[in-house]
Design a protein around this ligand. Structure first.
Ligand code: ATR
Length: 292
């Protein structure tokens, strides 16, 4: 009998450049699991139909990642979301049980923290500056306000101030964001006095993108964390390196969120050798992917 492989995948729009298939298919291969991870580019008007099919007993899909622009919009389709996902109000991982129940998780936020641990950056009493107010900023800002290693302050700037205000209004209803200060200019981020600068905007992805901040503001005591990982060194990170700052890009966060997602789907902890294969697949993919 021809038994169909289990299917996992990522929904979003666009998803063509996602590196997630490389990472998860490497893990399936290493584990000898008969499963495949696919791309599901979905237009907005296709979401209802996709989720209706997902609940069918015959569906081969048992796990999904969710990316831009659907991390908030998928919540209404889910039977259950974890308390963390509920606080952040964003889901990037969905587990589908044998009974076709849909459970939503946020693995972006813990992935960011795992990467900070790897970088040996302790957030306690630190001064943090954030650029951007999109989906990525939502997860990072929320988790930074929730951890016991509470930062001293978080200043956040967005090109469109109204969007920042809406984000803070929403988070404030569920999370203590008293350490967060929205600012109206990059100068007011006080980068010279900050320990960590995080770029959550998409600026840096495209060739010719600016570095976002004045180079003179960057300094040796600063960790500059750019969520963009393609190119691996954005103009911001290049400037930061020149100024002797520590730098990190978003590839490790992608890796950690993928490991956590996989562990939720399989309900197991992955061994180090499998995780290494995932990381290597991701790094190879990132180094080969063509920049648009
Ligand atoms: P993501 O989920 O990856 O965060 P998003 O929700 O589309 O993506 O958010 C993109 C972020 O990048 C926003 O903060 C956006 O700023 P606006 O709210 O003003 O649009 C920011 N961004 C994108 N292009 C930008 C640019 N050229 N200059 C400054 N900020 C930019």
């Amino acid at each position: 009998m021809d038994v169909q492989s289990a299917v996992y995948g990522i929904i979003g729009y666009p998803v063509a450049h996602s590196l997630s298939p490389l990472m998860h298919n490497a893990a399936f291969k290493e584990l000898g699991v008969d499963a495949v991870y696919k791309l599901f580019p979905l237009k907005e008007n296709e979401l209802d139909g996709f989720f209706a099919q997902l609940r069918e007993p015959s569906s081969p899909i048992f796990g999904l990642n969710v990316t831009v622009p659907y991390k908030e919009r998928v919540i209404k389709y889910l039977g259950n979301i974890t308390p963390l996902a509920q606080k952040i109000m964003a889901v990037n991982t969905i587990v589908i049980t044998k009974e076709r129940k849909l459970i939503g998780y946020n693995t972006d936020a813990p992935a960011f923290l795992s990467h900070l641990v790897e970088l040996k950056f302790n957030t306690r009493d630190k001064k943090i500056a954030i650029l951007g107010s999109g989906g990525a900023a939502r997860a990072i800002l929320a988790i930074l306000c929730m951890i016991p290693e509470r930062p001293d302050s978080i200043k956040i700037y967005n090109r469109t101030p109204e969007r920042l205000d809406i984000l803070l209004e929403d988070l404030r209803t569920r999370i203590d964001i008293s350490i967060v200060e929205p600012v109206r200019s990059i100068d007011d981020l006080d980068i010279p006095g900050a320990d960590l600068l995080i770029n959550t905007t998409s600026v840096g992805l495209k060739p010719g993108d600016p570095g976002l901040v004045d180079e003179e503001l960057l300094h040796r005591k600063l960790l500059v964390y750019d969520l963009v990982y393609n190119p691996p060194l954005t103009p911001l990170l290049k400037m930061a390196q020149k100024r002797g700052a520590h730098v990190a890009n978003g590839l490790s966060m992608l890796y950690y969120q993928g490991v956590l997602a996989f562990q939720h789907w399989a309900n197991v902890q992955l061994d180090d050798d499998v995780k290494l294969k995932m990381r290597q697949a991701l790094e190879k993919g990132a180094s080969q992917s063509v920049r648009k």
